[in-house]
Ligand binder design. Structure first.
Ligand SMILES: O=P(O)(O)OC[C@@H](O)[C@@H](O)c1c[nH]c2ccccc12
Length: 265
């Protein structure tokens, strides 16, 4: 089993456990359930923002512990003050050291779109995403049959959540594209081998139809690379590790944004 298969196998167990522990009826009682969501697509396209989707990421299967202790409140506020367009919060517990509560903390302290970063395979997790305060979900093409992905995307829309579909190659993109998506993310990291190359984003850009906001994900640690990727049509940039490995992730994000601005002058 590769790591992605391991994560999905565990996720199936987790979701079944959660359905018993917190039934859907309970999720629907959350204060966030009736609230309107904030469009990530719109925020990424705003001229006064950087396009950065800044991620709260404590650890990962490829890097181990990145930042175990910094407070989600401070990090998320720091990111938004730095000029990030949106937040991404990992909620996977076992492999990424996240939790649902982290997203809710980010929600309490920020008015901005928040992506629930997890491995979504079931409608239950989408209802849960809404109940913890998310505005958008991630659907990973490598983990889902195309018809199932479309079903889940439609379900997310029925709850007012936007959908970022993640692909890593042209085959995944071609088989999984549908009108029911809002943003398409190209993961520069191969989730089965962990090798990262920005060429993946550059190669796939021309095949993503213009109706979707293009997002380049992972391995971004250089403002010049972001400026370069914009030439390929990318408007969103999902960055976790580079910010989180600093003692003050918000400050690292602010400096990154300033450098982009300097390069673009
Ligand atoms: O920490 P990085 O290299 O900046 O990457 C962020 C983000 O792209 C990465 O966390 C990610 C992209 N797709 C995922 C799917 C699941 C978990 C995590 C991810």
């Amino acid at each position: 089993m590769n790591i992605l298969e391991k994560i999905i196998a565990r996720k199936r167990e987790e979701v079944e456990e959660a359905k018993v522990l917190v039934p859907v009826k309970k999720l629907e009682q959350s204060v966030y359930f009736p609230t309107e969501t904030i469009s990530m697509k719109k925020y990424i396209q705003r001229d006064d923002k950087s396009g950065i989707i800044a991620e709260v990421k404590r650890k990962s299967p490829s890097k181990g512990i990145i930042n175990a202790f910094s407070s989600v409140e401070e990090v998320s506020i720091g990111y938004m003050q730095a000029g990030a367009s949106a937040l991404s919060v990992l909620t996977d517990v076992d492999f990424f050291g996240g939790k649902n509560e982290n997203l809710t903390i980010a929600r309490k302290f920020n008015f901005c779109p928040i992506l629930r970063k997890d491995f979504i395979i079931d409608e239950y997790q989408i209802i849960e995403a809404k109940s913890i305060g998310a505005d958008a979900i991630l659907l990973i093409a490598a983990c889902l049959e195309p018809n199932r992905l479309t079903e889940l995307a439609k379900f997310a829309h029925s709850l007012g959540l936007e959908v970022l579909m993640e692909v890593h190659n042209k085959e995944e993109l071609d088989r999984s594209l549908s009108e029911h998506l809002d943003l398409v993310g190209v993961n520069n990291r191969d989730l089965t081998t962990f090798t990262t190359s920005l060429d993946v984003s550059k190669k796939l850009a021309e095949f993503i139809p213009d109706q979707f906001v293009k997002v380049s994900e992972s391995g971004l640690n250089d403002p010049a690379a972001v400026v370069d990727l914009k030439k390929y049509g990318y408007e969103g940039f999902l960055i976790g590790e580079y910010f989180m490995k600093h003692a003050n992730p918000g400050k690292a994000c602010a400096e990154f944004v300033e450098q982009i601005q300097r390069l673009e002058k």
